[in-house]
Write a new protein. Structure first.
Length: 277
């Protein structure tokens, strides 16, 4: 495990959800993680649609960012499920000598080279690896009022053999973390569903139907808050619900609150569906 990291916030968080980045940095600071913002960060080449249009471009773009971390002897922490998937799958693909050679031919034009094997971790992993004892010691404000519906997101658990964060069936990582900070889990499906966000703009009716199906299940379980580590899923739940929606928190926000952050300190007022704290 690396002792220094670059933080990669992706595109969505800096552009639309900067308060999630603020919460994540609050948590990383309290965990005393040695990190800095990834210099020259770009889009990861979004893994649902864009990557399939240009796989060679995807490897060149992600390879460039990984080469910066490799040059500086740092791992990479991702705040976004999609970004983490993109970096992990790129690193996996670039273990192939032919693909790595072809990518390095492109990178050579900007004076970069990648050997491969850069440690890339999701924010959830960075918190979970600290262990129950340390998280409980850092928890200044146990979140006992929260009855959480967990939504890990598709790109955190699949493909599990590459990502290695959690099991694709009956995932447990979020359950552990939330219990360590005193929250109650009331919904954690064995086979987590899609949020429907990937269909938004393509088939809005189906996207909304998937969203509402999840929300109905969460309400039946008695949830008063949704928890997700994915900013894309966060947007789907926060912006697409109608009146009397269920509030949603990104994992970084929940951990920051548990570690003693004030709501105004991490921008909770910017949520569309408000959480009473």
């Amino acid at each position: 495990m690396s002792d220094r990291y670059y933080l990669f916030s992706g595109c969505l968080i800096p552009a639309r959800l900067p308060y999630i980045e603020r919460a994540a940095k609050f948590v990383l600071d309290h965990l005393q993680i040695d990190y800095a913002d990834l210099p020259g960060a770009t889009c990861c080449i979004e893994p649902i649609g864009l990557r399939s249009l240009g796989p060679d471009t995807w490897l060149a773009v992600t390879g460039r960012m990984l080469s910066l971390a490799e040059r500086d002897g740092r791992g990479v922490i991702s705040l976004c499920n999609g970004c983490h998937l993109s970096l992990k799958e790129a690193d996996h693909a670039l273990q192939d000598p032919g693909k790595r050679s072809a990518t390095n031919d492109v990178l050579a034009s900007i004076g970069r080279k990648l050997s491969g094997g850069v440690e890339t971790r999701h924010f959830l992993e960075m918190v979970r690896v600290q262990g129950q004892k340390r998280i409980e010691e850092l928890t200044k404000a146990p979140q006992r009022r929260l009855r959480l519906a967990l939504h890990p997101g598709c790109h955190m658990i699949r493909p599990s053999t590459v990502l290695g964060i959690d099991e694709r069936f009956s995932p447990r990582a979020l359950v552990e973390l939330t219990r360590w900070i005193g929250a109650e889990v009331v919904s954690n499906p064995d086979w987590p569903a899609c949020c429907g966000g990937g269909l938004s703009g393509t088939d809005d009716a189906l996207s909304t139907a998937i969203l509402n199906e999840n929300l109905d299940r969460f309400r039946e379980a008695g949830a008063n808050c949704i928890l997700t580590p994915c900013p894309f899923c966060f947007v789907q739940y926060d912006l697409k619900q109608k009146s009397e929606g269920i509030p949603v928190l990104h994992l970084a926000e929940l951990m920051a609150l548990a570690f003693g952050a004030r709501p105004e300190e991490i921008g909770l007022k910017y949520h569309r569906t408000k959480l009473s704290v």
